[in-house]
Design a protein around this ligand. Structure first.
Ligand code: FCB
Length: 451
């Protein structure tokens, strides 16, 4: 029984941390309230044609006004931790200078509310919603933003640091750099490979400098970064496809992990980028390689590489989620084993994993999302297999607590284990939420010896 819940639970130690994740822009709403500044996503959503359903984050899940109810929802799952992000423009509207007391007070209430419910706060500083005021002065392409980010990190630590379990600097720098500055499909919508690479470098430098500054000021929270990673595989066993897979892996996974763990960019990626490689100042690589307390990995699917160019749908044989992403849980185990082989990993968390499915509400008013439960079960099993093979896995977080604004896909793609009715904003736990709650409870339950 591959997905048997007791078998699954038995694969994890009692102190393995379970959680659910969200991000500020995707759930908070209240985009222009209580002194919040404009973010690059507020601005981007207003450009015609960039968001599939022409929606925006103005209301989102209205989490800003439903904080207590949502924290009760997290607590009802019986998890250990909640991963959320801080909206930089909500707490520092211009990205520098004056702080916004009402914004800071909101996160005070959030953190205190978690602690009161016995939940560990895992904060992300940058889940993509850069203050527009900084974008107007060059954004992540400008080296000055690196220093603005360090000041912001210190401001958050001074206000909340005594109560945080973990601080993540950046969520998925690849997405910010590549989708935001090379593809242009995400904010701020720039299309230049050279700019994208410089952005990636600035994100990494700002990460390292922030870690150093936070530690110098006595950080109590554990400090880390979250990277998105696919498991990259060649489409066929031809040597040509193998070569492309190796390069794709260097341009994606290793472009971030090599600097963080080895203090250098992969040589084959630098060669591929040529004149588009980033400008690196003396000392940058040492800063980037500042030791991490933890690494977060977001995994959704595998990546197939082919020398033939873009793949056709028939090249991707596995069942797919509503995003069109192949469901490939073995890839998560293989990715974790690869990471363990390549680097001296610190405590490693799956900080995001989950699937979008259509999720119709049944006649009984519930959402019977067996496909999502299956997705979660098989991927959690893969984490258990990696753990059994020595990968230092410390926790797993579902993306996401609730349906939310899925960036360029708008509200049509639902990743939540809790359903959100966007007409009434009512929250209804899906079957997958009840299953996840049961799994966490069974992981905690006393076990028979030898079981
Ligand atoms: C990740 C993002 C997260 C969510 C999931 C589906 O790339 O970090 O905010 O959108 O994808």
């Amino acid at each position: 029984m591959p997905n048997d819940i007791n078998d699954l639970a038995s694969r994890f130690p009692h102190d393995f941390a379970w959680g659910v994740a969200t991000s500020a822009f995707q759930i908070e709403g209240a985009a222009f309230e209580d002194g919040k500044g404009e973010s690059i996503w507020d601005r981007f959503c207003r450009e015609p044609g960039v968001i599939a359903d022409a929606s925006n984050g103005d209301v989102a899940c209205d989490h800003y006004h439903r904080l207590e109810q949502d924290l009760d929802l997290v607590a009802s799952l019986g998890v250990d931790l909640y991963r959320f992000s801080i909206s930089w423009p909500r707490v520092q509207p211009a990205g520098e200078g004056a702080w916004n007391e009402k914004g800071l007070a909101f996160y005070d209430r959030l953190v205190d509310g978690l602690l009161q419910r016995g939940l560990a706060p895992h904060v992300t500083l940058n889940h993509w919603d850069l203050p527009q005021a900084l974008q107007d002065r060059g954004g992540w392409a400008s080296r000055d933003t690196v220093h603005r980010f360090v000041d912001y990190a210190l401001g958050i630590q001074r206000r909340l640091g005594d109560r945080l379990a973990a601080i993540t600097t950046h969520n998925e720098p690849w997405v910010v750099a590549w989708l935001g500055h090379k593809e242009g499909s995400f904010a701020p919508g720039i299309r230049s490979r050279k700019v994208a690479n410089q952005v990636a470098h600035h994100l990494l430098v700002s990460h390292g400098l922030a870690l150093r500054a936070l530690r110098a000021e006595g950080a109590r929270a554990r400090l880390g970064i979250v990277l998105n990673m696919a498991h990259t595989m060649p489409l066929t066993d031809s040597p040509e496809d193998a070569a492309v897979a190796k390069l794709d892996d260097a341009l994606g996974r290793r472009w971030y992990a090599d600097p963080l763990f080895k203090g250098r960019y992969p040589a084959e990626a630098l060669a591929e980028f040529g004149d588009d490689a980033p400008q690196v100042q003396a000392g940058d690589m040492e800063v980037i390689a500042t030791p991490l307390d933890f690494l977060g990995i977001n995994y959704y699917s595998r990546h197939l590489s082919s020398a033939r160019g873009p793949l056709r749908p028939e090249d991707k044989p596995c069942p797919k989620t509503d995003m069109g992403w192949e469901i490939y849980p073995e890839g998560l185990r293989e990715l974790l084993l690869t990471m363990h082989r390549d680097y001296a990993l610190p405590a490693t968390y799956i900080t995001e994993n989950g699937g979008a499915f259509p999720d119709p509400v049944g006649a009984d008013g519930r959402v019977h999302d067996a496909d999502r439960t299956g997705y979660l079960a098989t991927h959690i099993r893969a984490v258990g297999e990696a753990l059994a093979q020595g990968v230092p896995m410390a926790g797993y977080m579902v993306w996401s607590l609730m349906d939310n604004f899925e960036w360029a896909s708008g509200y049509a793609k639902r990743f939540g284990i809790v359903h959100v009715d966007y007409g009434t904003l009512e929250r209804t736990p899906k079957d997958s939420a009840l299953w996840f709650r049961d799994l966490v409870a069974r992981c905690r339950a006393p076990r028979k010896t030898g079981a």
